[in-house]
Write a protein that binds this ligand. Sequence first.
Ligand code: S3P
Length: 170
Amino acid sequence: MSRKNIVLIGFMGSGKSMVAKRLAEILERDAVSLDDLIEAKEGRPIKQIFAESGEAYFRGREKEAVKEVAGKESLVIDCGGGVVLNPQSMAKLKANGILIFLSATAETIYARVKDTKKRPLLNIKNSKARINELLKERQPLYAQADHTVITDNKTVDEACREIIAHLGHD
Ligand code: S3P
């Protein structure tokens, strides 16, 4: 298998974090979460970064985190759902990685995220409408991926198997 990074992109709640961890285990690679990296550097959770410093500040930290990891090799990179908003970050991730889009319907996403409070963009009253809106906006950006894996009704292991099958054909 190539030493290119495996880069997981997709909406919040599409399963990136769990799939990244399991995929790294199966392939004996290191998994890196951009969100975890940002939180460690900032010494505060994403939710607090948004509340205290705003989304634009967070996007700046996200761009720096991409810069730090995209040039490395053989990683499984778990990206925050909004990484696709920055074309420079996407170019960096693509240059040295295979991009896998984990896709899920708005219904699945809502069911997966509704009881968690850690996602500031969805921690609002009408989160269902917001999910639909953001999904529509970002769909063309996620479509830049090399491969798409639908995660609705799939276990983490099933999603991993599908990703590995795609990688085998690259
Ligand atoms: C965001 C997704 C989150 C996190 C932040 C913003 C987004 O990551 O980076 O709350 O803009 O979609 P997950 O996709 O891992 O939830």
